[in-house]
Design a binder for this molecule. Structure first.
Ligand code: ADP
Ligand code: MG
Length: 269
C-alpha cells in the first residue's frame, strides 16, 4: 500500500476545529494508528502546545528535547526531531508549551504562515517515505492552525455529536477559504467526521441528520461512537487500536482509515 502513495510524497492532513474537546487529538492518534495497520507509514505532528498527542503516545516530557517549535523556528535536523512511538511505522514530532510562545515570535516573521509548509517539504523528508502526515491542531484559528492549513493538502474536521456542533463550522470554513485565496489554493476539505456519537441519544441523531443535510458527502459515512475504551487508551500511552483492538472505538477508526484511503485513491486515479 505504501508504495502506491509514496512516489507522490505524503498526503498531509490538518486535523482542525477551533473548539476544544471535540476529538481532534483522539482522531489524530487513532486514525494514524489505523492507517499504520493498513500498511502506511505515518508521521504525526503535534501542533498543540498542550502536547496531548505526544502524551497520549507515551512521549514523556523529558524525551521532548526537540519539538514542533524547533521544526518551525529552529535549525535542528529532522532526524533529531522525529521520534519513534511504541508502534512501528508511526512516528511523531512532539510538542511542549514552548509552542505557545511561537504565536508572538511569528508576528515579526515574514514567512510566518509558511514555516510548517517549508519544514515538511525539506529535502530530508523525502527519504522518510511517509504516506500520511497528520497534524494535530490547537483549539484555535491562530497562526499555528494557519500554518497547518498552508502546509496541508486537506483539512479533516472532527465534529462532536453535540448541540451547537455545526455553529463553529462557519468560522472554520471562512478560514479555509482565506487560506485558499492566499497561500494554498489547492486546500481541500478531507471530510467532517462525527465523534463521540451516542446512538441512544436523540441529540446525536439530530446532529448527524443536520450535518448530512447541510454538508452532504463532505461528512464521512463512518461515525466514531462514544466509547470509554477510547478515552482510557491515552492514559496507557496507546492508541485504542492497540489498547483494546476489538472495541467499538478501534473498529470505527479502522473504518475511517479505510474510507479515507479509498477516497484518496479515487482522487489520485
Ligand atoms: P481535542 O483534541 O479536540 O481537544 P480530544 O481528542 O482531546 O479533543 O478529546 C476530548 C476528550 O474526549 C478526551 O478526554 C478524549 O479522551 C475524549 N474522547 C474523544 N473521543 C472519544 C470517544 N469516541 N469516546 C469517548 N471519549 C472520547
Ligand atoms: Mg487536542
Amino acid at each position: 500500500m505504501s508504495d502506491s502513495l509514496s512516489p507522490h510524497g505524503p498526503r498531509i492532513i490538518a486535523v482542525a476545529n477551533q473548539k476544544g474537546g471535540v476529538g481532534k487529538t483522539t482522531t489524530t492518534i487513532n486514525l494514524g494508528a489505523a492507517l499504520v495497520e493498513q500498511g502506511c507509514r505515518v508521521l504525526l505532528v503535534d501542533l498543540d502546545p498542550q502536547g496531548n498527542a505526544s502524551t497520549g503516545l507515551g512521549v514523556e516530557p523529558d524525551d521532548r528535547e526537540f519539538t514542533t517549535y524547533d521544526l518551525l523556528l529552529g535549525d535542528v535536523d529532522l532526524a533529531e526531531i522525529i521520534l519513534t512511538t511504541g508502534i512501528e511505522r508511526l512516528n511523531i514530532i512532539p510538542a511542549t508549551v514552548d509552542l505557545s510562545s511561537a504565536d508572538l515570535e511569528l508576528m515579526s516573521n515574514e514567512k510566518r504562515s509558511y514555516l510548517l509548509h517549508d519544514a515538511l517539504r525539506q529535502p530530508a523528508m523525502n527519504g522518510l517515505h511517509y504516506d500520511y502526515i497528520l497534524i494535530d491542531c490547537p483549539p484555535s484559528l491562530n497562526i499555528l492552525t494557519v500554518n497547518a492549513m498552508v502546509a496541508a493538502h486537506s483539512v479533516l474536521v472532527p465534529l462532536q455529536s453535540e448541540f451547537f456542533a455545526l455553529e463553529g463550522l462557519s468560522q472554520l470554513i471562512i478560514t479555509i477559504r482565506e487560506v485558499r485565496q492566499s497561500a494554498n489554493p489547492g486546500l481541500r476539505i478531507e471530510g467532517v467526521v462525527l465523534t463521540m456519537y451516542d446512538s441512544r441519544n436523540n441529540l446525536s441523531q439530530q446532529v448527524e441528520a443536520d450535518a448530512r443535510e447541510n454538508l452532504g458527502d463532505m461528512v464521512f459515512e463512518t461515525v466514531i461512537p462514544r466509547n470509554v475504551r477510547v478515552s482510557e487508551a491515552p492514559s496507557y500511552a496507546m492508541p485504542v487500536l492497540e489498547f483494546d483492538t476489538a472495541s467499538k472505538g478501534a473498529q470505527a477508526y479502522r473504518s475511517l482509515a479505510r474510507e479515507l484511503m479509498s477516497k484518496n485513491e479515487a482522487v489520485a486515479a
